[in-house]
Design a protein around this ligand. Structure first.
Ligand SMILES: Nc1nc2c(c(=O)[nH]1)N[C@H]1C(S)=C(S)[C@@H](COP(=O)(O)OP(=O)(O)OC[C@H]3O[C@@H](n4cnc5c(=O)[nH]c(N)nc54)[C@H](O)[C@@H]3O)O[C@H]1N2
Ligand SMILES: Nc1nc2c(c(=O)[nH]1)N[C@H]1C(S)=C(S)[C@@H](COP(=O)(O)OP(=O)(O)OC[C@H]3O[C@@H](n4cnc5c(=O)[nH]c(N)nc54)[C@H](O)[C@@H]3O)O[C@H]1N2
Ligand SMILES: [Mo]
Length: 764
């Protein structure tokens, strides 16, 4: 089933594995980033570009969604932010000559790394039925090709419109408007694979699907849990906030199967002593939990809090005034079985008791989390239990306390706020109808997994992606690729080449977009866009670099051009040309459709932008079904992995951005020049009879009896929790069954895949 090794991939011939690091950033972080940046864009452009990241009149870092904070240092330096910028601001180009040289079959056997290294896409390209080469096409003709396919469908629901999380608010709003005016809610997005579980759990329990803390809250907290998150790699600027919290006296508890470098110790490259000295020890307590043990851990803490004699262990006033469901919750938690807790977490009772002592000593608690909590079958109940934990001590809606789901893509939160959602609220659709004078579709659309099923089964025939790399980011790669190939048309609005350009429908379009770093010239001067960070701050992003080519268009312009071709003059009152020429027009529409955006155009021009309202945070008001914060009952089901099997998580190396592979090292984990590694506890390797360093196939086993194989991984003895393994995505996405998703959120279970290791001596 699986592809042969890509031709131009150096493979793992040079793979070396050393000891993992115990600290993050410092001088090696600076040099690693600058090396990458010089390589992609030369010295002068590097200096010009990196100085503009996250500055008041600069562009928003395309790296992650961590907020900038009030005082933006000149070049708040972040290694992986710098790499994300270099990847976009590269001087390398993919031209028509490139596509003449490489046909799609050639591109389809290249590695993700090789594809990304070819540089920026520069002009619209089309792959016509029967042809194997992309050829140039004018923008107008490209829009016509797309429009012809879309309007030929039997129903608008046969089209799917994906969005990745870098798309600006303005482009996202225009895009969802186009899709709904066309007549469908098929708006899956990367969120479906990312923080959907957080949104589902938070809407139900607190009434708002977003985090309830601001940066100041983190600085003021007494106790911060960092659960299922690797900030040293994925949110490096968060380490500065943790450092500041520590300086103010906070304790930090890291909950993770892996001893991630950034959690243990941080050398702030911003401070001279961080470059040469010992840095700051971050985590005061490291709970090396088993994969998927977090529901058990938080439920155990909740039980201990309920049983504690300590005055104020439970905030009874808060419970009485602001919550609903306490009695049922208490009954359930008091029945918790300690043997289950210890089996699920792999922790000792002493570790849990010591953590309880941290909790009791803290007045203000924040829990931060990312993909380690969201990508399991029971992710929604797990996050609900985290909410229970915070509610028990009144840790929502007051300074220094709250929920902090740390978002991934830099504008993934904003895209959802703008209406990129397959299950839009009736109120949002009503507002859209009133503003534009047409009746949007009401039936819910496909999320990411449902979209793949629809394409697989022939119920969807046109696929359009606003950014991202759908075939690589999604699970069950072989199934997904076949689904995409069965489409009549696939359209990718992209900045860089990736595998989604090589796995195509009968006709395929590549529409090259301006990136965030680039100047966006309009008829009335330069245009800017806006983004929302992980803490609900909305601010402007202004590109300054010369565009990668004269033919690039902004995402907004692409949406508006496509809309005119598809919709003609209907429906309702939508002036696509006005929106395209002047993004203020879009922002005015947003100000009337999306709550919290009144006076959008004026407020976003204020330095630093503005913060969106958040009822639980601002007024301790919980807009849930009960009108209170809901305490929930979450049954603990311990995942029992069969004998001889491991539970595999698929995660990011230090040298990648999702499916974009910057390089082949994972510095903090001691891996150099290779990605096909599987980290396993040495005691498990012993028990399985697999030698450290040997080659194995990863074989996943699904409940329906099917198996999936990812060949030729190097087994690496690594200090992960017992029974658990880790390997990088996207190479391992082939192992994740399409039907293996989280209850309620339908997020693929990328962090719990049952696998066995099979010796494969001849597979290279
Ligand atoms: N440089 C860089 N930055 C990025 C990205 C990138 O790829 N590169 N991606 C962006 C995106 S879209 C996202 S969503 C975020 C992702 O940010 P993260 O969530 O930090 O990313 P992952 O690499 O998936 O790491 C998951 C972490 O959770 C731990 N973990 C896994 N399973 C469990 C579990 O069951 N319990 C607990 N307690 N821990 C667990 C893993 O050991 C690992 O430390 O980062 C964003 N920022
Ligand atoms: N096994 C496994 N699978 C996972 C995950 C995991 O942890 N494990 N994580 C999941 C998560 S959290 C996420 S968010 C998804 C990510 O899924 P996606 O968002 O679909 O994937 P990315 O790799 O971020 O997309 C990279 C591509 O986006 C395009 N791009 C970059 N910037 C821009 C821009 O400004 N505009 C436009 N139009 N295009 C741009 C480039 O062409 C680039 O090749 O993957 C998910 N998949
Ligand atoms: Mo993400």
């Amino acid at each position: 089933m699986s592809r042969e090794a890509p031709r131009d991939d150096p493979g793992d011939a040079g793979l070396r594995v050393g000891a993992p690091k115990e600290w993050a950033a410092g001088l090696p972080g600076v040099t690693a980033a600058l090396r990458q940046a010089y390589d992609q864009m030369g010295v002068r452009r590097t200096a010009l570009t990196l100085l503009r990241v996250n500055q008041k009149r600069g562009f928003d870092c395309p790296g992650c969604a961590w907020p900038e904070g009030g005082r933006r240092h000149l070049a708040e330096f972040c290694e992986n932010g710098a790499k994300a910028v270099a990847e976009e601001a590269t001087t390398r180009r993919v031209t028509r000559a490139f596509f003449a040289e490489h046909d799609v079959d050639d591109l389809a056997v290249r590695s993700d790394h090789w594809l990304g290294q070819q540089g920026r896409l520069t002009e619209p390209m089309v792959l016509r039925p029967g042809s194997r080469h992309y050829e140039p096409i004018s923008w107008d003709e490209a829009f016509r090709v797309a429009a012809d396919h879309l309007t030929a469908l039997d129903s608008p629901d046969e089209a799917v419109f994906y969005t990745s999380g870098r798309t600006s608010n303005e482009a996202a709003f225009a895009y969802q408007l186009l899709v709904r005016a066309f007549g469908t809610n098929n708006l899956p997005d990367c969120s479906n694979m990312c923080h959907e579980s957080s949104g589902s759990a938070l809407v139900e329990t607190l009434g708002v699907g977003k985090g309830s803390v601001l940066l100041e809250d983190l600085h003021q907290a007494d106790l911060i849990f960092v659960v299922g998150q690797n900030p040293g790699t994925n949110h490096p600027r968060m380490l500065s906030a943790l450092e500041e919290a520590k300086a103010n006296g906070a304790r930090i508890v890291a909950v993770n199967p892996l001893p991630e470098a950034g959690l243990l110790r941080f050398k702030n490259p911003q401070k001279p002593k961080g470059v040469v000295g010992q840095g700051t020890g971050l985590a005061d307590r490291f709970l090396q939990i088993r994969l998927n043990g977090d529901l058990a851990l938080f439920q155990a803490l909740n039980r201990l809090l309920l049983e504690s004699d300590e005055p104020g262990a439970v905030d009874r006033d808060f419970i009485a005034e602001h919550t609903h469901g306490f009695a049922g919750f208490e009954r359930h938690v008091r029945d918790l079985d300690w043997a289950d807790v210890l089996a699920a977490t792999g922790l000792t009772r002493a570790e849990i008791d010591a953590t309880l002592a941290d909790v009791l000593a803290a007045d203000r608690i924040v829990v931060c989390w990312a993909m380690g909590l969201t990508q399991h079958r029971n992710s929604v109940p797990t996050i609900r239990e985290v909410v229970n934990f915070l509610l028990l001590r009144g840790n929502v809606g007051r300074p220094g306390a709250g929920v902090c789901p740390v978002r991934g893509h830099s504008n993934v939160q904003g895209d959802r706020t703008m209406g990129i959602y397959e299950k839009p609220a009736a109120a949002f659709l009503d507002a859209l109808a009133a503003e534009f004078g047409f009746e949007p579709p009401r039936a819910h659309g496909h999320d990411t997994v449902e979209a793949i099923r629809a394409m697989r089964d022939g119920r969807a025939r046109v696929f359009v992606a606003m950014g991202g790399n759908f075939v690589r980011a999604t699970p069950d790669s072989d199934v997904t690729e076949a689904a995409l190939r069965s489409c009549a048309l696939t359209v990718q609005v992209s900045t860089k080449l990736n595998r989604s350009h090589a796995v195509t429908g009968g006709t395929a379009l590549i529409l090259p977009a301006l990136g965030r770093t680039e100047r966006d010239r309009g008829p009335a001067g330069d245009r800017f866009v806006t983004v929302e960070d992980s803490m609900g701050m909305v601010h402007a992003s202004v590109g300054r670099l010369a565009p990668a080519g004269p033919d690039l268009r902004s995402e907004v312009a692409i949406v508006c051009g496509l809309a005119r071709a598809v919709l003609g003059s209907g429906p309702g009152r939508i002036d696509w040309a006005a929106m395209e020429d002047d993004y203020d027009v879009i922002r005015d529409h947003v100000s009337r459709v999306v709550p919290g955006f009144a006076d959008f155009n004026a407020r976003v021009r204020e330095p630093g932008g503005f913060t969106l309202p958040h009822a639980p945070r601002d007024e301790r008001r919980f807009p849930t079904a009960t009108g209170k914060a809901n305490l929930t009952v979450n049954p603990l089901e311990v995942v029992r992995v069969p004998e001889g099997r491991l539970l595999l998580q698929t995660l990011r190396s230090h040298d990648q951005y999702n499916t974009t592979i910057y390089g082949l090292d994972d510095r903090y984990r001691g891996v150099k020049a290779g990605r096909r590694v599987v980290f396993v506890n040495p005691a498990d390797l012993d028990e399985l009879g697999v030698a450290d360093g040997s080659l194995v196939d990863l074989v996943s086993e699904w409940t329906d009896g099917t198996e999936r194989r990812a060949p030729a991984f190097r087994a690496v003895a690594y200090p992960t929790a017992r029974g658990c393994a880790a390997a990088y995505f996207p190479e391992t996405n082939v192992l994740i069954p399409l039907d293996s998703t989280a209850d309620i959120s339908n997020t693929p279970t990328s962090k719990s895949v049952v696998v066995r290791l099979e010796g494969a001596p001849d597979s290279r």
